[in-house]
Design a protein around this ligand. Structure first.
Ligand SMILES: NC(=O)c1ccc[n+]([C@@H]2O[C@H](COP(=O)([O-])OP(=O)(O)OC[C@H]3O[C@@H](n4cnc5c(N)ncnc54)[C@H](OP(=O)(O)O)[C@@H]3O)[C@@H](O)[C@H]2O)c1
Length: 376
């Protein structure tokens, strides 16, 4: 690999509500517990502008956003044992404190959490994210990728993906954690609601890869049918909710007992007309629920239905490291797909200088499987 330059370009957000600035900053070095990665592609979503305005997410001043990237290891730390310079890697964003993994958790490059400890942890260690040419990444969120398997063309035995398409893995590992949390099994029938967003769309892809049958629930029948059309007949059924709870529940039950339900609702889905109660009502005996959305209003759940049906309800924040490793194995095996056959499409690649154009592309391509990448 080429030697690492002493300085690099990085996008810096001075404060919430300010514009990103392209700055020249010192290139990080690898210290114990970390590697330095040359960033090849980092995910930019339609949510980023909203986040940078300081809505819901908080972060320290003068930080470099981004925590989901594909890159190459450029330098290893003194305690790195398996990664080597040149290795293609996935970087993901869920960082847990080593001495308090269940107490101090941050979304690197996005959200410094809700407690003084998480905010200090982020500011002191993780203020520099992946919207940069190089990044110092903690070993726990750097996973090796089988480059030949994922990137080589089919003629050479590979899957023929582009580097940017691999970024969809960072979206897929989130619902994968949720489905593993409720032990989704092959052949089971699972409701995914909604089913057409960045993460909820990825949930459909993951449920299919896990061998489940999906009932994709949402408001927009046309968008749901586009998802359905990607898969063999019968694998994805669609229900456009009407707001009539009983009718919506019956619509979801028409194909037989429902085993599981994942909710990935955005905050805008709060309110009395939401679909959550209808989805609960559709679950059969021993049904399992994974709540992954950010509905901020409390919802009156059908208490006796939960009792009679022996329901298990699990909240799920992000995933376990083992989930990430298994998702990568599934992708390398060609089971979890990262290509156009699952609706995954790279709709824009932009250099750091053109981040404004990247925001425009992301807002015009919000939703399932559309990748906008910064390629520093
Ligand atoms: N628990 C975790 O660890 C975790 C991790 C990542 C993300 N999340 C959360 O998951 C949520 C969803 O993420 P996403 O990226 O998939 O969101 P998204 O891209 O904004 O998509 C949300 C989908 O929700 C539907 N929707 C929008 N407004 C709605 C409303 N008022 N009522 C009902 N449905 C509505 C839309 O589908 P239709 O138009 O088809 O109805 C849209 O496609 C986010 O809020 C995010 O914070 C949680």
């Amino acid at each position: 690999m080429a030697s690492i330059p002493p300085t690099m370009k990085a996008l810096v957000l001075p404060n919430a509500g300010a514009s990103l600035e392209l700055r020249t900053v010192p290139t990080p070095n690898a210290v114990s517990g970390s590697v330095v990665v040359k960033v090849l592609a980092t995910l930019l979503s339609d949510k980023h502008e909203h986040m940078f305005a300081g809505h819901f997410f908080t972060f320290p001043p003068d930080y470099t956003p981004g925590g989901q990237a594909i890159g190459r290891v450029a330098a290893i730390g003194p305690d790195t044992t398996s990664l080597a310079p040149g290795q293609l890697v996935l970087i993901h964003s869920f960082v847990r404190a080593r001495d308090d993994p269940n107490g101090v958790q941050i979304l690197w490059g996005a959200f410094d959490g809700a407690t003084p400890q998480t905010k200090k942890f982020f500011k002191d260690n993780y203020a520099a994210g992946t919207f940069a040419e190089y990044v110092r990444a903690p070993l726990e969120v750097v996973e090796p990728l089988n480059e030949r398997k994922l990137l080589d063309p089919a003629s050479k035995g590979g899957l023929g993906y582009t580097v940017e398409a691999l970024l969809q893995l960072a979206n897929q590992i989130v619902p994968f954690g949720g489905f593993r949390g409720i032990s989704l099994q092959p052949g089971e029938r699972v409701i995914v609601a909604p089913a057409t967003g960045q993460f909820s769309g990825a949930a459909v892809q993951v449920a299919i890869a896990m061998g489940a049958q999906v009932i994709a629930v949402g408001r927009n029948l046309d968008k749901l049918k586009q998802v359905q059309a990607l898969y063999p007949a019968g694998r994805v059924q669609v229900v456009a909710v009407t707001g009539d709870e009983k009718a919506d529940t019956e619509a979801m039950k028409q194909w037989g007992p429902v085993d599981a339900y994942m909710d990935v609702s955005p905050g805008s889905a709060s309110g009395p007309q939401n679909h959550v109660r209808a989805c609960f009502g559709a679950l059969g005996q021993y049904g399992r629920v994974s709540l992954m959305g950010v509905i901020q209003d409390d919802i009156a759940l059908p208490y006796m239905t939960a009792v009679w049906n022996n329901l298990t309800i699990r909240g799920q924040y992000m995933y376990e490291r083992e989930d990430v490793k298994l998702a990568i194995k599934m992708a390398e095996a060609g089971v979890l797909k990262l290509g156009t056959e699952d609706g995954i499409e790279v709709v824009g690649k932009f250099q750091l200088e053109d981040v404004g154009k990247a925001f425009v592309a992301a807002s015009q391509n919000a939703g399932i499987g559309k990748i906008v990448a910064l390629t520093p």
